[in-house]
Write a protein that binds this ligand. Structure first.
Ligand code: PLP
Length: 395
């Protein structure tokens, strides 16, 4: 076997299963705030487009994706992030991917040089664990930067020494689990560092459309690059998904966009890897990227849940409304794993302990004493879960 497989850590949900093994849940309805899987309805017109094009499975799809899909994505990118030329983007800067998860993994295999002197890949802590596994299997070394509710400060605290030894930089913006968003100036500075130290920025922007209306739409990495005159997006890649934006996690549809040279190398990698997107999914995705109304409705539904839930939780725990994403990331007066066990045994609510999403560096796990609450369930369930968590803390 590949010895690097032994370096992989158990996934947080596997650890959670072990933590909760043997606990009898309270005799109440089960409410899951643990998995970040959207539960709002998928848009009917996208499902119709999928079904209407089922015959597309009679053909092998191209890895580069159909003209229609790439143009639909390019138009969305240009409109949403104020980029220049949609035709140029569609022809050379975009590739469809089967959800961002596989692409966030695959890009490391394509970009990283395991024979280079510097093998570090900077990534947030806590984080989406795929980044770490991707880097370990590419023969390089995960290096962490802590994240907080102040995204700019997190990036600005990274030293030139850290940047100098880094080949690839994973950015999660908006952040999971913090929901913090970087300003355009922090993104510009990061791109300048990438140019100076010659590393690639992979910006995971899968939560970019789930923002609070009061906070406004987050700036994207390509937007910052374009605004500073980097119109070929050198050193920059963004990863977007329909999973959260359009409540389609099972359709496995996203795209990457950015640096033409990396995109073309990644296309070659993917041709061998054999991960082209099924034709009906390509068609339905093109339809989904063209519509904004369902995205706006989705956003408002999350806004309403945040308002209702925070009214209940804020008086009893240290918790902030994040600018984006669909998580809450409260810090607790008790141990996060103990609280997670109590949430199940006393109230039948599933959470994720913050420490399971982070790594201990110099004796400190920045996720410890936090829990992650995914506000994905319907409004009444989220409110009921909040009432139950309040009861635990009051007890
Ligand atoms: C930060 C982050 N990135 C990427 C993904 C993967 O999303 P998908 O593969 O559905 O596009 C997730 C899913 O939960 C996530 O939280």
């Amino acid at each position: 076997m590949n010895p690097e497989l032994a370096l992989l850590q158990p996934y947080p949900f596997e650890k959670l299963r072990v933590l909760l093994n043997g606990i009898t849940p309270a005799d109440k309805s089960y409410i899951a705030l643990s998995v970040g899987e959207p539960k709002h309805d998928a848009p009917q017109f996208v499902l119709d487009a999928l079904v209407e094009n089922l015959r597309g499975v009679q053909n092998y799809p191209s890895t580069k994706g159909s003209e229609d899909l790439r143009q639909s994505i390019a138009n969305w990118l240009c409109h949403r992030f104020e980029l220049g030329n949609a035709e140029q983007l569609a022809s050379a800067h975009i590739l469809p991917v089967n959800g961002t998860r596989e692409a966030l993994f695959a890009i490391a295999q394509c970009v990283l040089d395991r024979t280079a002197k510097h093998k570090d890949v900077l990534m947030p802590n806590p984080f989406y664990q795929i980044y770490e596994g991707a880097v370990l299997l590419a023969g390089c070394k995960p290096a962490f930067y802590n994240i907080s509710s102040d995204g700019d400060a997190d990036i600005n605290n990274i030293t030139d020494e850290q940047f100098a030894s880094c080949q690839l930089f994973y950015l999660c913006n908006p952040g999971n689990p913090t929901g913090s968003v970087l300003s355009q100036s922090a993104l510009t500075r990061l791109i300048e560092k990438a140019q100076q130290h010659n590393f690639v920025i992979v910006s995971d922007e899968c939560y970019s459309e789930i923002y609070r209306e009061s906070a406004g739409a987050p700036t994207g990495l390509l937007q910052a690059a374009h605004a500073m005159g980097n119109t070929t997006y050198k050193h920059c890649l963004v990863f977007h998904s329909l999973s959260k934006r359009s409540n389609l996690p099972g359709m496995r549809s996203g795209f990457i966009a950015g640096d033409e040279v990396i995109v073309s190398q990644f296309l070659q990698y993917r041709t061998y890897h054999g991960c082209s997107m099924a034709p009906p999914v390509q068609h339905a995705s093109a339809v989904a990227w063209r519509d904004e109304q369902h995205v706006q409705e989705n956003r408002l539904a999350y806004d309403q849940k945040y308002n209702a839930v925070l009214k209940l939780l804020a008086p009893v725990m240290q918790v902030e409304k994040p600018d984006a994403g669909f998580y809450l990331w409260p810090s607790l007066p008790i141990n996060d794993t103990e609280f997670t066990q109590k949430a199940l045994s006393e109230e039948n609510v599933a959470l994720v302990p913050g420490s399971y999403l982070g790594r201990e560096v110099n004796g400190i796990n920045p996720g410890a004493n936090h829990v992650r609450l995914a506000l994905v369930a319907k409004m009444d369930e989220c409110i009921e879960a909040a009432h139950r968590l309040v009861k635990i803390l009051e007890r």
